[in-house]
Ligand binder design. Structure first.
Ligand code: ATP
Ligand code: MG
Length: 255
């Protein structure tokens, strides 16, 4: 499965992905038994070694992110909002409600062995947090003006604990080598993506008409470490680990 996803990332079916880590051995054998020109053989070996190294790193790479999973009830409310928007904007790429989550940190491609360090870091965060509640706000877009790329439901969490949670994740992950985000945290749930700039004005009109939903409300008691499998039929997110909040002390809040 990992190789298939890697193919999707690098453009599919190329020889690096297909040949895997055995290429060195094959060329080595050929060099020994076929007795080819030594200079050319050395160049071949270097090339295949480079390919093999690239292949190995692709094989072990995982596209990952940290997020808050949504309740079934929230997903149903998002489904309703999407149906209302779809009426005016049928041509957006809709995110399946089952796939919608609140992203805290996108890690990008990480190596398999880094995943353990991420788990330990997230356990540390979860031990310092206790459950909190968030609420859905209005609809909006990225970017806020001009061409629309993404349509979202905003998240409101007045106590500041969500922000604390996100900053804690940022900081423990920065400590193990993941560059901290320099953009401000804008908590949101992505409903749809837009690929056609000419639809932007229409989308903006539709979201003004369409209310968000106060039914988007849930208690958050854990953060989830996900692997994202990109594919032609859409992304599939796999839960790698769940980190439940266990602190009973009052939470430190970020202003
Ligand atoms: P696709 O990119 O094919 O549309 P996707 O966005 O569903 O698929 P990913 O790109 O793997 O899947 O993203 C996983 C999660 O991380 C999503 O919530 C996405 O919005 C978020 N994300 C992806 N890239 C970034 C980024 N550069 N910065 C912040 N969040 C990101
Ligand atoms: Mg993406």
């Amino acid at each position: 499965a990992v190789t298939g996803d890697v193919d999707a990332v690098v453009g599919g079916g190329d020889e690096v992905g297909d040949r895997g880590g055995n290429v060195c051995g094959v060329d080595h054998d050929r060099g020994v038994f076929a007795g080819v020109d030594p200079q050319r053989d050395a160049e071949d070996s270097r090339r295949t070694a480079r390919r093999a190294a690239k292949s190995i790193s692709f094989r072990l790479a995982m596209r990952c992110f940290v997020a808050i999973e949504l309740s079934e009830q929230v997903r149903e409310s998002l489904d309703t909002i999407q149906s209302r928007l779809r009426h005016d904007c049928p041509d957006l790429s809709w995110v399946r409600p089952a796939n919608i989550h609140l992203t805290l940190k996108f890690l990008g491609e990480i190596e398999a062995e880094q995943a353990d360090a991420v788990r330990v870091a997230l356990d540390g965060v979860a031990a310092r947090l206790s459950p909190f509640e968030f609420e859905g706000g209005g609809l909006g877009t990225f970017p806020p003006s001009g061409r629309v790329n993404v349509v979202w439901v905003g998240i409101e969490e007045l106590s500041g604990v969500l922000k604390t949670c996100q900053r804690e994740c940022e900081s423990v992950l920065a400590a193990i080598g993941f560059a901290a985000e320099d953009r401000p945290f804008h908590p949101h749930l992505t409903l749809a993506r837009n690929k056609n700039p000419r639809l932007s004005e229409k989308i903006r009109g539709a979201i003004v008409k369409c209310e968000g939903s106060r039914a988007v409300r849930q208690t958050v008691a854990a953060v989830t470490f996900f692997q994202s499998h990109l594919g032609q039929a859409g992304s599939r997110y796999e839960v790698l680990s769940l980190h439940a909040f266990t602190s009973v002390r009052p939470q430190r809040q970020v202003p």
